[in-house]
Design a protein around this ligand. Structure first.
Ligand code: FES
Ligand SMILES: [Fe+2]
Length: 406
């Protein structure tokens, strides 16, 4: 038992720490990150795993820090926005909103993909919404005063403008775009190096799935009043399995067997082998020609910052995130299977069954994240040490810390 002295001492220590924080906020603003996070706390995340600590909890809870995160991470990273199969033909488009920016993903007349800002260059009315085909001749016509933009973002027409108006100077801002394994990623920083060349090591593992040719279906929506990182942290380690999934997932694939890979790009990857080394049973037909390891292991891959995939020998489930604030996450789970499996009449029924099988595990994970959310708001929350079983979490946190500190 710890006596009252311990708590008194601890209270003094916490007060002293808070005073240091307050003082350094006033005296040395350059020593802090937004959200009253000390740079030194963030730097500690980047140490080698056995000496590192997790991200400061205020990086999860502070809306002020979230604005910093948007600037430093989301405005400069590759963000998943959909599948290339959503826009198979010239002039096909869809729109998506991320971080308060409406983005048009569109194929031009030559079939080249573009990611454009939907904001009209005239007075800001969004020029597109939803999905479909834009006009071959006029592209996207702004509903406010009729300025028309081609699928490459250039201005095709601007009615009633005076002589001398230079249409070529007005085009929709264009973002970076890249397709990796059939997934479309955009980068608000158009000059950012392409994503695909940075994922060559992941390709070596994932190419046998022929993911680009897969068909997709929705699995489940996730609306969660918490921080995206808490959710992703949870899906980035097997360390919690023995307690949180003691009767569901852990017996199938014990956490102690997990293998966490070293990384050479903006991703992490780990294997969850089956308890007995035998192939896992699958709900959809197993994909032909997979290496043996993929049949007897689950595989987890995250593309930083937040695109998550959980893979078995028959399908890939992905979690995309629509992050609205530090404490508002909308998640979308999809399932990807070979095209003929997705086209089969029983695909929907099978997917419903699959979801029912997964539901108890999702419930356990979401329950854990709810508790973490509560605990991270405590005045007494601290950065914790990592287990070797959290190597992938450390990889993610270090990658983020590099950008928060930039
Ligand atoms: S705001 Fe688009 S044409 Fe005026
Ligand atoms: Fe879990």
């Amino acid at each position: 038992m710890r006596g009252p002295d311990f708590y008194q001492m601890r209270g003094v220590a916490v007060m002293a720490r808070a005073m240091v924080l307050e003082t350094s906020t006033k005296d040395s603003p350059e020593g802090n990150l937004p959200g009253r996070i000390l740079r030194s706390s963030m730097e500690a995340v980047r140490r080698p795993l056995d000496k590192a600590v997790t991200l400061p909890t205020r990086a999860y809870t502070s809306e002020e820090f979230f604005r910093h995160e948007v600037d430093k991470v989301f405005m400069r990273s590759w963000l998943h926005v959909g599948r290339a199969s959503q826009v198979p033909n010239p002039y096909d488009f869809f729109t998506i909103t991320r971080f308060d920016e409406r983005i048009i993903v569109v194929r031009d007349k030559d079939g080249v993909l573009h990611a454009l800002s939907a904001t009209c260059r005239h007075r800001g009315f969004p020029v597109a919404d939803g999905s479909g085909n834009c006009s071959k001749t006029r592209g996207f016509v702004c509903p406010y005063h009729g300025w028309a933009y081609r699928a490459d973002g250039s201005l095709a027409a601007a009615p009633f403008m005076q002589k001398g108006f230079d249409a070529s100077a007005s085009r929709l801002p264009e973002f970076g775009i890249d397709v990796w394994q059939g997934f479309i990623f955009i980068n608000f920083d158009a000059a950012a190096p392409k994503l695909s060349p940075q994922l060559k090591t992941v390709d070596k593992v994932m190419d046998p799935f022929n993911l680009s040719a897969m068909g997709s279906g929705p699995l489940r929506r996730l609306d969660w009043p918490g921080n995206w990182k808490a959710m992703l942290d949870n899906f980035t380690e097997a360390y919690h399995q023995p307690l949180i999934h003691s009767k569901t997932f852990e017996p199938m694939s014990p956490a102690r067997l997990a293998v966490y890979e070293d990384i050479d790009g903006p991703y992490n990857l780990y294997w969850l082998p089956s308890a007995n080394g035998e192939p896992f049973p699958t709900l959809y037909p197993p994909i032909k020609g997979l290496p043996e390891r993929l049949a007897s292991s689950f595989l987890v891959v995250n593309i930083f910052p937040y695109f998550h995939m959980f893979i078995d020998a028959s399908c890939i489930i992905s979690l995309d995130m629509d992050i609205r604030s530090a404490n508002d996450l909308r998640g979308i789970w999809d399932v990807h299977v070979p095209a003929e499996v997705a086209a089969a009449p029983d695909f929907e029924e099978k997917t419903t069954t699959f979801m029912k099988l997964l539901m108890p595990i999702f419930d356990e994970d979401e329950g854990a994240c709810r508790e973490v959310r509560y605990g991270q708001r405590s005045r007494f929350a601290e950065q914790g040490a990592f287990s070797w079983m959290e190597k992938s979490v450390h990889q993610l946190h270090s990658w983020l810390a590099d950008r928060y500190l930039d």
